[in-house]
Design a protein around this ligand. Structure first.
Ligand code: TXA
Ligand code: MG
Length: 331
C-alpha cells in the first residue's frame, strides 16, 4: 500500500475525510500525540487499526468528536458530571469514560459497555474530524509497545506503506496522551494521568476526584489491576535498557555521570535524557521524541533523572517508569 502524505489544507482534509468514510486508516495530529483513526462505527476498519498496530483486542480505542451533537451517537445520556467536565476541559486533552450506545461496536470499546470520548483542541484534528463527519476511533499512532508519536515523522517510522494516509500537522503541543477519567462511577476516577492533573479536576469541577489505585503500583504487584486495559501493557519501550536515577539532585547527576563513564569505557553508546528548562511540561513535550531518537542512534543504554512526582511530573514519570521497565536506582 502506498501511504498518502497530506497537509491540513482544506483540500487535503476532504481527501482524508473520504478515505475514512470508505473504511480507510488515517493518522492525524492532536495536541497530545498523533492518533491512528478509522470510522468508529465501522467494525472492520477499527479491526484493521488493531491489526496494523499489533494491539491487543481488549484495549479499547478512544472515540474522537469535534462537536457535542455527535455525543448522542456514542453515549445514551449526557450526565451533569459529563457536562461539567466538557465545559471545563473540552476541547482539550481529556478523555471521558461514559456508557456506550449499542451502535458503538465492541471492537471499538475492547468488548466493554463503556466508551472513551475526547474532543481534541488541535486545529488539524478539528478540521480532520469535521471533514470526516463521523466519530473517529483512534488509539495513538504507534506500533503497540513503542513510544507514542509526537510528529508525523514518528508515524511514518511505524506505518509507512501500512496505512492509507498521514496528515502532518507539525509537532504535538503537549506530547503525552490525554488524561482518562471514568465518569461512570459515583466519584470521577482518573485511570490514566495526563497534562490535566487531579488538582486541575478538583479545582475546576469543584468536586473530589480519585486516582485508580493501580497508578501507584508496579505491574508485578499482585494488586495491580488497572481499570483502563491499556495501562496494564508494557509501553513506550525504547530498544535499549533504561535506568532512572532518583534522589538528591547533585547525587543523581554524579551517579548518571559515573554510570555513563563506565558504559563508555566498554565502548557503549550512552544516551542521557535531558529536558531543557521547562520542567515537567518540557519533559512531557520531549520525552517520546527523545526515546525514539535514542533508538535511531542505536543507544546501548539510556539514563535519566527522575522528575518530582507531582502535577504533570507524575504523569510524565508514569510513562518514564514504563519505558524503563520500572528500573529505578535510588542514590
Ligand atoms: O491523547 C490521547 O488520548 C491519544 C490521542 C490520539 O487522542 N490517544 C491515545 O489512545 O492515547 P490510546 O489508545 O493509546 O490510549 C487509550 C487509553 C488506553 O489506556 C485504554 O485502555 C483507555 O484509554 N480506554 C479507552 N476506552 C476505555 C474504556 N471504555 N474504559 C477504560 N479505559 C479505556
Ligand atoms: Mg497508546
Amino acid at each position: 500500500m502506498k501511504t498518502l502524505y497530506l497537509s491540513t489544507s482544506e483540500e487535503d482534509m476532504k481527501i482524508a475525510g473520504e478515505i475514512v468514510r470508505n473504511g480507510g486508516l488515517v493518522a492525524f495530529p492532536t495536541e497530545t500525540v498523533y492518533g491512528l483513526g478509522a470510522d468508529a462505527f465501522d467494525a472492520e476498519a477499527v479491526e484493521n487499526i488493531y491489526t496494523v498496530k499489533g494491539r491487543p483486542a481488549d484495549n479499547p480505542s478512544i472515540v474522537h468528536i469535534w462537536n457535542r451533537e455527535q455525543l448522542k451517537l456514542i453515549t445514551p445520556m449526557v450526565t451533569p458530571v459529563m457536562v461539567k467536565v466538557m465545559d471545563a476541559f473540552w476541547p482539550g486533552p481529556v478523555t471521558m469514560i461514559c456508557e456506550r450506545t449499542d451502535e458503538v461496536p465492541y471492537v471499538t470499546t475492547g468488548g466493554l459497555e463503556t466508551v472513551g470520548i475526547r474532543m481534541p483542541s488541535d486545529p488539524g484534528a478539528k478540521s480532520f474530524l469535521r471533514a470526516a463527519d463521523c466519530p473517529i476511533a483512534a488509539p495513538s499512532a504507534n506500533l503497540s509497545g513503542r513510544p507514542s508519536p509526537t510528529t508525523a515523522d514518528h508515524v511514518r517510522e511505524d506505518f509507512d506503506g501500512k496505512i492509507d494516509a498521514i496528515i502532518d500537522g507539525g509537532p504535538c503541543e503537549i506530547g503525552i496522551e490525554s488524561t482518562v477519567i471514568d465518569l461512570t462511577g459515583e466519584i470521577p476516577m482518573i485511570l490514566r494521568p495526563g497534562y490535566m492533573t487531579a488538582e486541575d479536576f478538583q479545582d475546576r469541577l469543584g468536586m473530589p476526584v480519585i486516582m485508580d489505585p493501580a497508578l501507584n503500583k508496579k505491574p508485578e504487584d499482585p494488586d495491580f489491576h488497572p481499570k483502563a486495559p491499556g495501562m496494564k501493557y508494557k509501553h513506550y519501550a525504547p530498544k535499549a535498557p533504561m535506568i532512572i536515577f532518583e534522589g538528591d539532585e547533585v547525587k543523581v547527576l554524579e551517579a548518571i555521570e559515573c554510570e555513563k563513564n563506565e558504559h563508555e569505557m566498554e565502548g557503549e553508546n550512552v544516551v542521557v535524557l535531558e529536558f531543557g528548562e521547562n520542567g515537567a511540561i518540557g519533559a512531557a513535550h520531549e520525552l517520546f521524541a527523545k526515546l525514539r531518537e535514542a533508538d535511531r542512534e542505536h543507544a546501548d543504554i539510556i539514563l535519566a533523572a527522575a522528575l518530582p512526582q507531582k502535577g504533570v511530573g507524575f504523569s510524565v514519570m508514569n510513562r518514564m517508569l514504563k519505558s524503563a521497565g520500572f528500573n529505578i536506582r535510588k542514590v
